[in-house]
Design a protein around this ligand. Structure first.
Ligand code: MRU
Length: 343
């Protein structure tokens, strides 16, 4: 069985998602800087997974630190945390995990205690994420009916999380309940998470999946081939606006036009009550080479202007429900996520 990330005690094992679907290669990192690089270079990606990776990286840094006293160790760890915080700006799970690690740092009274507690917290963040995904699956499965064809975008599966997945977790749970579900995976230009990762992990599970290019989605909605759409999220603002992989917004607008329910599945670590709405969500701009080159082959003229935002924001009005491990926010356009987290 594959894993996106695994804590090994004195090191972290991470699957290189850049090489999928043709090669399944794991790296064993013993130094936190390698984990920083792994997040930046997309060896590991997906909102919950990068939060877990940062937590494990911080725990690793504490273990290997040669700091002589508590204040030296704390200072060193804040330097480490700044590097993780600078890796990817959009997924709030990264900052949520960092906040949990910061609280441990603030509360610890000895270097040994701090090292031990950081390791425990990183493991807890991983285990809680898997449990959250299973609970999301149970809450979400009722929205999928026997015989549904469900479209998804990007990869919100086991690879993007601690395991099981959010959007793909709902599909897995519905299938485990005995429903026949078929999946349409959008390829997800330019980074191809749908083609390379979602297709790979669903096929590994024996779940029937059909790959389409992103621009085919409207056509398949129009001819009635898609009954539901379910995606993950990188950050859900207070009013319910949701950042997810670039292309998600177009699918949501098309879904509304064709009366197709559009669900977002995400753990509460993706909810960001401090960001009022979608326009305040920072959107990562990635290298223009991801658009100009395809597998190393130049596909656009030299010198052409290129834009490459990695995410877009779907306004809450297009979202039928947000499925979390604590329950479902129906019609998020009405009240957003306010009240849901008890704030
Ligand atoms: O750039 P990526 O691959 O990290 O983007 C991932 C996504 O947009 C996912 O849909 C999102 O993180 C949800 S993962 C459960």
């Amino acid at each position: 069985m594959y894993h996106s990330i695994k804590w090994l005690g004195n090191s972290v094992s991470i699957l290189d998602q850049r090489l999928l679907p043709t090669k399944e290669i794991y790296y064993e990192y013993t130094h936190y800087t390698d984990v920083v690089d792994a997040i930046t270079q997309m060896v590991i990606r997906g909102a919950p997974a990068i939060g877990i990776a940062a937590a494990m990286g911080i725990a690793l840094a504490a273990k290997r630190s040669e700091a002589k006293n508590l204040s030296e160790l704390k200072e060193e760890l804040h330097f480490v945390i700044d590097q993780f915080a600078a890796t990817r700006p959009t997924a709030v799970n990264l900052f949520w995990a960092i906040e949990r690690m910061k609280k441990i740092i603030a509360d610890s009274t000895s270097p040994d205690e701090l090292r031990e507690q950081l390791e425990k917290e990183a493991i807890a963040i991983h285990e809680e994420d898997i449990a959250a995904n299973k609970a999301i699956g149970l809450h979400g499965a009722r929205y999928l009916a026997d015989g549904d064809v469900v479209m998804t975008h990007c990869n919100a599966g086991a690879l993007a999380t601690g395991g099981y997945g959010t959007a793909l977790g709902v599909i897995r749970a519905a299938i485990e309940e005995g429903k026949k579900i078929k999946v349409i995976a959008c390829e997800t230009r330019p980074y191809l998470q749908g083609a390379r990762l979602t297709a790979w992990e669903l096929m590994k599970d024996g779940i029937e999946v059909t790959l389409i290019t992103d621009n085919m989605a409207g056509h398949f909605m129009k001819i009635g081939l898609i009954q539901k759409i379910i995606v993950g999220a990188d950050r859900i603002a207070a009013n319910g606006d949701t950042a997810n992989k670039i292309g998600t917004y177009s699918h949501a607008v098309l879904a509304k036009a064709h009366n197709i329910p559009f669900y977002v599945a995400a753990p509460t670590s993706t909810l960001d009550p401090h960001t009022p709405n979608g326009t305040s969500i920072p959107i990562e701009e990635r290298s223009v080479d991801e658009v100009a080159y395809f597998q190393g082959i130049q596909i656009a003229p030299e010198g052409i202007f290129i834009k490459n935002p990695a995410f877009d924001v779907t306004p809450a009005q297009y979202i039928s429900a947000i499925i979390t491990e604590r329950g479902v926010i129906e019609n998020p356009a009405q009240y957003g996520i306010k009240g849901f987290l008890g704030n």
